[in-house]
Design a protein around this ligand. Structure first.
Ligand code: 5AD
Ligand code: SF4
Length: 445
């Protein structure tokens, strides 16, 4: 049996897809390149913005064609879009055989085994953490570890709380046990995943409860793990203990993805982000004081309801003031079931949104390019990932600051090597390896 999997959305979905691959390959399915050759066409979907839905629906149309040509093909749709549609999936897209929500990865095997039974909708949020399932990692030396699912925030634009449910933390002992098992399997770098990582643990029973700072320290202490990252924090919950853990644990990398969403206090309030521009900037100041040379990346939304030219100018100036190393920029789109979609008119005209995002991208790229240039002439530690995508005679890896580096060298994937940085763009660095590669398993944890 052969399967074809297409993944949309965030790292949480990328990670769930690794579990889906692990499950399917355990059942004897082999991956194929083309949907036309698959017995099982599987999608792991996202519904964060209107554009995510559109991209997926284009792909689903292709699956419909394959199914028309070969009716024995099974079409399965998992993830957030499926969750947001619930039983509607089967009514609107009758060629879909299996649908399941993001917490139901564990049931995929069972659903596939019962394949072709109509309307096998599995929409409970009580599924196991996918962390306890087998996985087929994309990269042998880097792994995601799920630490929580769901989100208790009430951001007015965001569909996540309604599709992923209330926040549930995974017991700290399970997280650390998975980190240990991964280290034993050759993993050097771990990224902890949660929708709002720093509210971790509040839902756990008092006994055995851990804070996010405590969890970060525990994972950083796992032998063999040289690098720890996490995503994503909410600025409102970024407390002193987490900053101290980042500063004090040498394994925790000097990079933070800290979504700002807007630089206008008025818009932040309408978004229910619960911090002001000033408080965000003050947090950035504390982070930079504690963690020298910290790289910061962010998410920014353009054209939220009521955004004036002045509000938008505040977002542009926030980017300049913080000096982000990178930023993801999004056009606001109303999502069904959110507070903004229900109560706030989508009143920024599309052409104004597009014009603003063009200006924002110009500023974020200029800022990122200026930041990346600071590495030129320095030597940095790179975790080797494999051959460069553009030039297979060179290698590719990442600095602790999470910037990709293409370089000339001979190191094996999974090793940490020193690279002299010789050039930079807004997104990548280039350089050459110095000295002999250090074996990852000899690096002190
Ligand atoms: N419209 C545009 N962008 C959105 N995001 C979340 N919801 C929306 C929406 N309705 C963005 C936020 C979030 C990122 C993952 O997607 O910036 O941090
Ligand atoms: Fe990830 Fe949100 Fe998209 Fe779900 S809807 S895949 S949580 S970005």
């Amino acid at each position: 049996m052969r399967y074809h999997l297409t993944t949309f959305g965030c790292q949480m979905n990328d990670h769930d897809s690794e579990r889906m691959r692990g499950l399917l390959e355990g059942l004897g399915y082999a991956p194929v390149e083309r949907r036309d050759d698959a017995d099982l066409i599987l999608f792991n979907t996202c519904t964060i913005r209107g554009s995510a839905d559109e991209r997926f629906l284009g792909n689903l149309g292709d699956a419909k064609r394959v199914k028309r040509e070969r009716p024995s093909t099974v079409v399965a749709v998992g993830g957030c879009w499926a969750q947001s549609m619930k039983e509607e999936v089967f009514r609107e897209f009758p060629f879909v055989d299996i649908a399941f929500g993001p917490s139901e990865v564990a049931r995929l095997g069972e659903l596939v085994a019962r394949e072709r039974i109509e309307a096998v909708g599995a929409f409970s949020f009580d599924g196991a953490f996918s962390g306890s399932l087998p996985s087929r990692r994309e990269r042998p030396h880097q792994a995601w570890v799920q630490m929580s699912v769901g989100c208790n925030c009430v951001c007015a634009y965001c569909v996540v709380p309604s599709v992923r449910g209330r926040e549930r933390s995974r017991p700290p002992a399970d997280v650390v046990a998975e980190a240990r098992a991964l280290a034993a399997d050759g993993v050097v770098e771990i990224t902890l995943l949660g929708q709002n990582v720093n509210s971790y643990g509040r839902d756990l029973p008092r006994e055995g409860r851990e804070t996010f700072a405590g969890l970060l320290r525990a994972v950083a202490g796992v032998e063999g793990i040289a690098r720890v990252r996490y995503t994503s924090p909410h600025p409102k919950d970024m407390k002193a203990d987490v900053i101290a853990a980042m500063a004090e644990c040498p394994e925790v990398c000097e990079h933070l993805h800290l979504p700002a969403q807007s630089g206008s206090t008025r818009i932040l309030k309408a978004m229910r982000r619960t911090y002001s521009r000033d408080r965000y900037l003050e947090l950035v100041g504390r982070l930079r004081d504690a963690i020298p040379d910290l790289s910061l990346t962010t998410d920014l939304i353009v054209g939220f309801p009521g955004e004036t030219e002045e509000d938008f100018a505040d977002t542009l100036s926030l980017v300049e003031e913080v000096g982000y190393d990178g930023a993801y920029t999004f056009l606001y789109s109303p999502r069904p079931g959110t507070e903004a979609a229900a109560n706030l008119p989508d009143d920024v005209p599309p052409e104004v949104k597009r014009e603003r995002i063009g200006r924002l991208i110009e500023v974020t790229q200029r800022t990122a390019a200026a930041r990346a240039a600071r590495f030129v002439g320095t030597t940095g530690e790179v975790l080797v990932e494999g051959p460069s995508r553009t030039d297979p005679t060179r290698l590719r890896g990442r600095l602790r600051h999470n910037i990709a580096v293409n370089f000339t060298g001979t190191a094996a994937p999974g090793t940490l090597v020193d690279v002299v940085i010789e050039g930079s763009t807004s997104t990548t660095l280039s350089g050459r390896q110095v000295g002999a590669p250090v074996q990852a398993d000899l690096v002190p944890a």
